[in-house]
Design a protein around this ligand. Structure first.
Ligand code: ADP
Length: 442
């Protein structure tokens, strides 16, 4: 509204100037010359004002020069806009400073790396944890990192899982790093010292392993005596037979539980130690089938081996055997006696896949994410007398993790389940080189 008024009064002033010039020109007999002089004066005045505006715009921060009419209004508005812009920038800067201060004061290391891997910013904790120096800003992080695991993780596309690694020897510290992408391929790194947590976890694991170990000997004695008593029931009083059988059954269950706990403790303690050798899964499956023929003679277990003996994977035979046998025993446990259990060993794309299929009770989708937790059992199997320990799938998960294998679970309630172990290319043994085959005599 005010702007309109200014324009109107400016137009009125120009109109008045031209009218006065025309009247004077008329009076002196030169109306055209008078109007031309008036217009030329107006143009000179405006040019002068423009010159002043341009000079003022080149000196930011200074108050606007004195100007009248429409020019004064224009300069006032530009000045207000500039002032508001400066205030907004100051507010933004103080927010950025505040955020930087809070990141800088964090006990966790924080670093920002651009899409080329160049360090843009890091706090003091990151300096301490990653061994950086203040003048490392602007350097490539790849040249500064000394931990190979961290380097491999940094170069990966997938940061869905954090990485935990040890720095230094046996007495070294443990660190956990998480990376998040943001902006145009920039990465935000969080590094934390988790040595205390890892040590606590180790104390807990050692305790479970030691207790399991200590309990094994007395339990073996108990099982042994119970077995001896029950081997000749004619010499036992009738009323003791059933309780003794139940005692033996529970003691055997406890033994299995301890065996599984010890196996889990061993796999966990050996995690990170690579002792993998080429393994022929066909042979492993054949051995398993033999064992199951005796223990589960009533069950039909079908082997479907698409991949032959030449297809080997890297692994620990005992650990892989125990993972696969846990999957097959579950398939047997959770499906009717007359149904078929199928073990498939095949290639899918670049992966080798071992599938254990059953046509049994299946699993409700909501349980699937928790199945590999220790002692997690679906209510139905908890209630039933399948005799499981609740540790089978936890063992499978740990074996898979220590081998770099992916465990996939597909199941439909009432229809059956498929548990798959997916061996990626890094777990496969490559076939012998061409020249070795070209010269069979060698
Ligand atoms: P458990 O000793 O109880 O079998 P696991 O860790 O091997 O323990 O399995 C955890 C739970 O997952 C089981 O209690 C069962 O409810 C469910 N489960 C595992 N395998 C199957 C399967 N093939 N079919 C249906 N349910 C299964």
């Amino acid at each position: 509204m005010r702007g309109n008024m200014t324009w109107l009064s400016a137009a009125a002033r120009i109109g008045t100037l031209l009218a006065v010039a025309t009247a004077l020109g008329w009076y002196y007999g030169q109306p055209l010359a008078a109007v031309t002089i008036a217009l030329a004066g107006l143009v000179i005045l405006w040019l002068y004002q423009m010159y002043q505006v341009q000079r003022w715009l080149q000196r930011p921060g200074e108050p606007p020069p004195e100007a009248y009419g429409i020019w004064g209004e224009l300069l006032g508005q530009i000045y207000q806009l500039q002032k508001r812009g400066r205030e907004a920038r100051a507010r933004l800067q103080s927010t950025v400073d505040y955020l930087q201060d809070s990141f800088a004061s964090m006990r966790d290391g924080v670093a920002i790396v651009d899409d080329q891997g160049v360090l843009k910013w890091f706090n003091e904790s990151a300096q301490r944890l990653l061994g950086l120096r203040p003048d490392d800003r602007g350097q490539s992080l790849m040249n500064l990192l000394r931990t190979p695991e961290f380097l491999r993780y940094f170069n990966r596309e997938d940061y869905s899982q954090p990485l935990q690694y040890r720095v230094g020897g046996d007495d070294g510290v443990y660190q956990r790093v998480e990376i998040t992408r943001f902006g145009d391929g920039d990465r935000l790194l969080f590094v934390r010292d988790v040595t205390a947590e890892v040590r606590m976890e180790k104390v807990r694991k050692d305790f479970v392993a030691n207790v399991s170990h200590e309990l094994r000997t007395p339990l073996t004695v108990i099982c042994g005596y119970l077995g001896t008593f029950l081997s000749d029931t004619t010499r036992l009083e009738q009323r003791y037979i059933k309780p003794l059988q139940q005692m033996l059954q529970q003691a055997v269950r406890m033994e299995n539980l301890l065996k599984d706990l010890l196996l889990l403790a061993r796999i966990e303690s050996e995690q990170g130690i690579v002792r993998h050798v080429p393994i022929e899964l066909c042979a492993l499956l054949a051995e398993l089938q033999d064992e199951l023929r005796t223990a589960h003679a009533d069950r039909k277990i079908e082997l479907d081996l698409e991949l032959g003996a030449g297809h080997k994977v890297l692994g620990d035979y005992r650990e892989l055997y125990s993972a696969v046998s846990n999957l097959v025993l579950n398939a047997i446990k959770y499906s009717p006696v007359d149904s078929l259990v199928t073990i498939v060993w095949r290639q899918v794309g670049v992966n080798y896949v071992l599938e254990v299929k059953d046509r049994g009770i299946g699993i409700d989708r909501r349980h699937v994410p928790r199945l590999t937790e220790r002692f997690y059992r679906v209510e139905d199997s908890r209630a039933s007398s399948t005799g499981g320990t609740g540790l089978g799938l936890a063992i499978v998960k740990h074996v898979a993790a220590s081998h770099g294998i992916r465990l996939e679970i597909n199941s439909e309630l009432g229809k059956g389940s498929v548990f798959s172990l997916v061996f990626g290319p890094q777990t496969q043994v490559t076939s012998p080189p061409q020249q070795a085959r070209a010269n069979p005599a060698a």
